[in-house]
Ligand binder design. Sequence first.
Ligand code: ACM
Length: 493
Amino acid sequence: MRYLLPLLLSFLFFSCGNDTPPPPAMPPLSDLPLIPLPVEISNSEGYLYVNPAKSFANEGADAGAMAYLKSKKVPALPLTTSMDTNLQLMDGAYLLQIAPEGVNISAKDQAGLLNGAITLEQVVAFSPNTERGLFLSAGTITDQPRYAYRGYMLDVARTFFGVDTVKQVIDRISTYKINHLHLHLSDDQGWRIEIKSWPGLAQIGGMFEVDGTRGGYYTQEDYKEIVRYAAVQGITIVPEIDMPGHTNAALNAYAELNLDGKARDPYVGTDVGFSTLDANKEVTYEFIDAVVGEIAAITPGPYFHIGGDESAVTPHDDYVKLIRRAQKIVISHGKKSIGWDEVALAGLDEGSVAQLWASAEYALKAKEGGNQVLFSPATRTYLDMQYDSLSPLGLHWAAYIEVDSAYLWDPKTMVDGITDADILGIEAPLWGETIRSIEDIDYLTFPRLLALAEVAWTPQPQRNYEDFLRRLRAQQDWLKEKGIGTYDTRVLK
Ligand code: ACM
């Protein structure tokens, strides 16, 4: 009885709803396998216990942060937020505090609150969640992005992926603080967005995809739905209409866009560099103006991508003329122009961006002209490159890219003369030649995207490959639990 009484009392005590049961074994906040690694994590005494039977009003908490957490099914917890636009912080920076009383996120802007919510999503995922409830170790995370633009590109032109698949991609990439989704909406093999004033572009140009299978396109309502869905997760859509090359689908739909006035046949192969718009016909610019105008009108983000790559059959002077006019059209519709690195040859307008994929020389030319560079070196960031010679999907014309190769580089030392101030950010493109499904997308995206997300977010001196692998192991297990089929990288074996 001497022993039984305290036992009975403690049983009554806990079963009567004590709010803070003793915690299970739990790692300090700084040991959680967060990717990308935050700038600073400090631990404090104690922990937050979240009783699953309780509901939390979270009155006054930021609606955007709340919507993000709901979209990721993060359990309800006591959350407050504060936004102070006078804070001396970088855009997107945040402070996440976990205390026994609850969680607070503070930031100077909406992006910061959302980044804090994303970190909280990961903190919750890697903290003990028992039948008694959720336990979060107390501490403070102080964090900010290295680069403003952290992107992922999906080629929906060679293989068309419908709205539901794009939403699945958004759900996956936002967890790693990717904040731009670039949609490659047109290429030789397909045109993937409704243009009301040129309906044949989607209806005829969208019919097929690579290998001759049935294609498809987004109606403008579909596109708006993608934009809206992405925005909840802090992601800005960047639409790309590639020109003057990579245009066979448009040249198939409208005879008048061709140099000889004759419509081209559909193209379902994987060659590049054989198609071109006619830089010397006014109808070409009417077409560009209509397309850019309609898409810009339903794109709240600041960017419009004009492609500009691999225009091998466009004479140089015609290329320069067309790219210069296309940039002006983009600007006239209130957007900033992005183009693959070759566009630097045409001379860039103020605020235009060159996307480095192959040529350091063109990237440097853009910088010398006062323009920022978006880094997507094919040898490091192209997610359609195979991991190694045994990868069943992907290509290898640029490189084989294992996780170590995706992680172990520093953008600011890649091109002599280009420093962090010249770099808008990092983007990881996934080209569509060999992918047909979300499973294929997952295989090539994960886990490499996690390496690239950390390159884009975490300050270089804090990046440590061994520590990244420790965190990647846990992240890879989490991805698998969620049914996301990541490649079992050899670097973790
Ligand atoms: C590209 O890979 N052609 C940009």
